[in-house]
Design a protein around this ligand. Sequence first.
Ligand code: ADP
Ligand code: MG
Length: 222
Amino acid sequence: MNNVLELKNIIKNYPDGQQVNEVLKDISFHVQSGEFAAIVGPSGAGKSTLLTIMGALLSPSSGQVLLNNEDISHLSKKQQTSIRLNNIGFIFQNSDLIPYLKISEQLQFIQKISSKPAIDAKEILVKLGLEQRLSSYPRVLSGGEKQRVAIARALVNQPELILADEPTASLDSKRGREVVQIIQQTVHEENKAAVMVTHDERVLDLVDSVWQIEDGKLKKVR
Ligand SMILES: Nc1ncnc2c1ncn2[C@@H]1O[C@H](COP(=O)(O)OP(=O)(O)O)[C@@H](O)[C@H]1O
Ligand SMILES: [Mg+2]
C-alpha cells in the first residue's frame, strides 16, 4: 500500500545564541492509510516539532515531507495553508475551541474556508456522542467532551491524514483512553492515516505502529 505521509532525512535546527540546536537529526518515517501510528518520547525530544513539520506548519531545515508522494516541504506558504485546510486534520493537546461559538458552530467555520464538499457536521458530532451538547458553549464541556469536539473538527474537512499532539495530556486515564479509541475507530473505519504524539504508554495497545524519538533520533519499535 502507498504511504499517505513519508518523511525522508528530516533535519531541523533552531538557532540558539551563537550556536544551532539540532532538534531533529536525520529522521525518516512513514504511515499508510488505515494505519494509526504513535510517536513516543520524553518531553523536549522534538515530538511537537516533528508533528508541525508533518503538518506543513513548519519547514524542515532539510529533507522531504511527502504527502501522497508530493513533497510539501518547499511549497509556498499559501500552498501549505491550502494543504492544511484540505488534506490534514489537527488535534492539539488543549482542544483550542473558539469560546464564543456553540459546539454546533465550531465545525462550520472550517467548512467555510475549506474547499472540500460540505458534509453533515452535526452527524459527526452525534457520532462522537455530543448530541446533548450541540447548543452548548465550550466552557460548560468536560475535558473529554472538548477533545471529542476537537476530533470532530479535525474530521470535518475529510482529511486523509490526522495529526494529534498529546491529545490525552489534559485528561484522566479513562477519558484519555476513550479519546484515543475514537481516533483508532475513525482510522480503521474510514481508512485514514493518523499520527499521534504521546508520552502516555498506556494507550499504545490501541495503535498499529510505535516509533520512539530520543535525542532527535527516531526509530520504529513496533
Ligand atoms: N520555536 C522554537 N525555537 C527554538 N527552539 C525550539 C522551538 N520549538 C522547540 N524548540 C526546542 O526544540 C526542542 C524540542 O521541542 P519540542 O518539539 O516541543 O519537544 P516535545 O514536543 O517532545 O516536548 C526543545 O529543546 C525546545 O526547546
Ligand atoms: Mg510537545
